[in-house]
Design a protein around this ligand. Structure first.
Ligand code: AMP
Length: 305
């Protein structure tokens, strides 16, 4: 089973209360691809400048990630994002965003990319997300992520995008911002009424709430004591979640719940170090071991559902 992801491959500068890094590898599609590749083969569709070296691209090497869709634009710089966190690591403050190569990004998908079983439209302009979707042969699952900026500046296009996908990955504040509804469950219902069947609400250190038309499932975050840098947690979660789903034949409730736990487990590794430093050093064995820990700690019985 395969996944196509369209999103950013970036350089980030990050400051948390525990440390600071001026240039490290980041980007929504980077975190997503590496996480998803533990379970499925991934087609990465993104754009980089010529500052992204072979050494940087080593983050994708030796994994099940097809880089045919990673376009390089000569003479341009890669997308750059800089952010900081205070002691409340759930709140990222953007210091700087430099679009660089992203300003001219108009992906044209190949046959392999268009025919994947799962499509993940990482945070981007909703029109671009819909242009990509229109190029695909209807995948089994289409999922989308977004951010506060698009809710503020492109709400109508985003509502249209919400109506065309199966699954929306969104954070708690964005549900409230989009719906202007203080109650999260009511807000979730409003968004689902637009067309998607599943809403996965990211709640930072408090975990994830999944709402479907007829069920709700909440999972805590893996109880970590040393969270170092939350950057990429959301995209890593999405990668683990959809990677696991893509590896399964069906997308029924039990698989969705297991997928939530796998997404949370992958994200718990990402936040232990800067960038993808921790994600790069773990094996599938480490992931499965932490999944079992998670089950034991939360009394989550994935057979009884
Ligand atoms: P998250 O999982 O939400 O923490 O996403 C982290 C990654 O998103 C960072 O590595 C950034 O490079 C990337 N990013 C930040 N802002 C944007 C944006 N406006 N569009 C696309 N990607 C972004």
């Amino acid at each position: 089973m395969s996944i196509t992801v369209v999103g950013t491959v970036a350089f980030d500068a990050i400051e948390t209360p525990f440390g600071k890094v001026d240039r490290c590898i980041g980007g929504s599609a980077t975190y997503f691809s590496v996480a998803a590749s533990f379970f499925s083969s991934v087609n990465l569709v993104s754009v980089i400048g010529d500052d992204f070296t072979e050494a940087d691209a080593a983050v994708f090497k030796g994994r099940n990630i097809n880089l045919d869709g990673l376009q390089r634009i000569k003479g341009e710089k890669s997308f750059f994002w800089s952010g900081e966190y205070g002691f409340d690591l759930n709140i990222a403050k953007t210091r700087d965003t430099q679009l660089n190569v992203l300003a001219q990004f108009q992906p044209k998908l190949s046959e392999t990319q268009r025919t994947a079983d799962v499509l993940f439209l990482a945070n981007a302009q909703p029109e671009l997300q819909m242009d990509v979707l229109a190029q695909c042969k209807r995948p089994r699952v289409v999922a989308l992520d977004t951010m506060n900026y698009w809710i503020k500046t492109a709400k109508a296009s985003l509502a249209d995008a919400f109506s065309k996908v199966d699954l929306i990955v969104i954070n708690e504040a964005e549900v409230r911002q989009f719906t202007q509804e203080p109650n999260l469950v009511k807000g979730a219902r409003q968004i689902l009424a637009l067309g998607a069947s599943t809403l996965v609400i990211k709640r930072g250190e408090y975990g994830v709430l999944m709402i479907t038309r007829d069920a709700a499932f909440a999972a805590p975050a893996y109880p970590l004591e040393n969270v170092f840098d939350p950057t990429g947690a959301g995209d890593t979660f999405a990668g683990g979640f959809l990677g696991y789903l893509a590896s399964r034949r069906e997308t029924h409730d039990r698989e969705l719940r297991r997928a939530i736990i796998f997404g949370s487990v992958l994200a718990s590794f990402t936040v232990e170090k800067f960038s993808l430093d921790r994600l790069r050093e773990i094996t599938l064995g480490d992931v499965l071991e932490r999944y079992q820990d998670f089950r034991a700690l939360t009394h989550f019985d994935d057979h009884e559902m």
